[in-house]
Design a protein around this ligand. Structure first.
Ligand SMILES: C[S@@+](CC[C@H](N)C(=O)[O-])C[C@H]1O[C@@H](n2cnc3c(N)ncnc32)[C@H](O)[C@@H]1O
Length: 265
């Protein structure tokens, strides 16, 4: 978008999200849950928004859906193409921004996003786009992180050290059902929520944190920023370890998430 006030931020994110690739091992299991929640059927046309390495897209395509995937990060799309080839399914992957998608109105029976569209800076623009490309009677469904659970608490901690840029809505708002209802508005009917949990293996809080410092973009960026302030970096790491420690049990960090489904009128 030529007049996008967040073009610079997105240019940074386009490169930064490349680090997410190893986390596909963790996002593979909830992908099956979101496909079930969205009731995807063979032959439907399905769009996976913020598709990353394509875990949702490949799962839908393996069910027989005609599937497209869109993401900001070219490096993740390369990996998504390899995943589709490995699974022997055809998927059309495109580089693009959920806030300005390269698809015609009413192109898809189902529009999905797993922890993807929630990172767009302008939720009202992102949701309007997702509903625009969805056919009337089609299904929109997405998974998001609720503020009250572990990922939400971790993100709030990151936000304490590095507040989001002015005008950027906190991604965790997408984990609050009342805000989700408000954002979907009158364009949809039949909103249904469900919840799931990802069990993330970790030997210690430090193991989890060290992984997050390499793969989870908000943490990666904060640690980069704090490199010039060793004391503050150490305090952040201690705070994060204690947050992780409160959720680590039996070598697993339980990451609860929210699933939403609705029908476009
Ligand atoms: C947490 S990852 C989730 C990836 C994938 N859906 C999964 O579950 O494995 C977030 C994804 O959203 C993408 N993303 C962030 N902002 C975006 C935007 N404005 N438009 C399109 N994709 C975006 C990132 O590039 C990244 O692939």
């Amino acid at each position: 978008m030529p007049d996008d006030p967040f073009a610079e931020l997105k240019a940074v994110q386009r490169e930064a999200w490349a680090l997410f690739a190893p986390l596909e091992a963790i996002s593979t299991m909830p992908a099956a849950e979101l496909i079930r929640h969205a009731r995807v059927r063979p032959k439907q046309s399905v769009l996976d928004v913020g598709c990353g390495t394509g875990v949702i897209a490949v799962t839908a395509a393996r069910l027989g859906a005609r599937t497209c995937g869109l993401d900001l990060a070219p490096a993740l799309l390369e990996r998504a193409k390899k995943n589709a080839a490995l699974a022997d399914v055809e998927i059309e992957f495109r580089e693009g921004d959920v806030e300005a998608m390269p698809y015609d109105n009413a192109s898809f029976d189902v529009v999905l996003s797993q922890f993807g569209h929630m990172f767009a800076p302008r939720p009202e623009v992102a949701i309007a786009e997702m509903l625009r490309v969805l056919k009337p009677g089609g299904t929109i469904a997405f998974s998001t992180w609720p503020p009250e659970h572990f990922v939400g608490q971790m993100a709030a901690l990151v936000g304490k050290y590095q507040p989001p840029p002015a005008g950027v809505a906190p991604p965790l708002q997408w984990g609050d059902p009342s805000i989700v209802r408000q954002r979907l508005g009158e364009t949809v009917t039949g909103i249904v929520f469900d919840r799931g949990v990802i069990c993330f293996p970790a030997l210690s809080p430090q193991h989890y944190r060290s992984g997050a410092e390499e793969t989870f973009v908000p943490v990666v960026k904060l640690v980069q920023t704090l490199q010039s302030d060793a004391t503050r970096l150490a305090t952040f790491r201690a705070d994060l370890d204690s947050c992780i420690g409160r959720h680590l049990e039996n070598n697993m960090v339980r990451q609860h998430y929210l699933m939403t489904r609705a029908i476009k009128r």
